[in-house]
Design a protein around this ligand. Structure first.
Ligand code: DQA
Length: 148
């Protein structure tokens, strides 16, 4: 069976397409979900793609990866910069984590330069817009392949 990857999206990413298009582009989260599904199929991965505006729900989903998924691709959005709870859940989840951001957070405001998620991530992909999700899946496929 294809390994399952949780692709988790945090707050306000449901607004992609309408939200600050000069920064995030015109691609919607639904467009990203479709592109992710196609790429996952090519890489022989199964994807469970979700979005929440709720920190607790995000923590619960990350916890569910233990025993329930082979890897996590995470765009924690604003919780990236604020949430020790998300970090603690990631440290306990027991699977590789790839951190994704559409924008290059290091070219933006100072408060976006710190990521709690990065402390638990195998790697980070940021600044490539929606394409970053496909790059993250490629990284996951390579990680899982090398483990075998
Ligand atoms: C983001 C960057 C975050 O700083 C911001 O809060 C977001 C989106 C990105 O994908 O570029 O909501 O994670």
């Amino acid at each position: 069976m294809s390994p399952k990857v949780l692709v988790l999206n945090g707050p306000n990413l449901n607004m992609l397409g309408q939200r600050e298009p000069d920064i995030y582009g015109h691609t919607t989260l639904e467009d990203i979900r479709r592109a992710v599904d196609v790429r996952a199929g090519q890489l022989k991965l199964t994807v469970d793609f979700r979005q929440t505006n709720d920190e607790g729900e995000l923590v619960t989903w990350i916890q569910s990866a233990r025993g329930g998924a082979s890897a996590i691709v995470l765009n924690a959005a604003a919780y990236t910069h604020t949430s020790v709870a998300v970090l603690d859940a990631l440290l306990a989840c027991g699977v590789p984590v790839v951190e994704v951001h559409l924008s290059n957070i290091y070219r933006r405001e100072e408060f976006r330069h710190h990521s709690y998620v990065s402390r638990a991530a195998t790697g980070i992909i940021c600044g490539f817009g929606a394409h970053g999700y496909e790059l993250a899946l490629e990284a996951v496929a390579r990680l899982l392949h090398n483990e075998k």
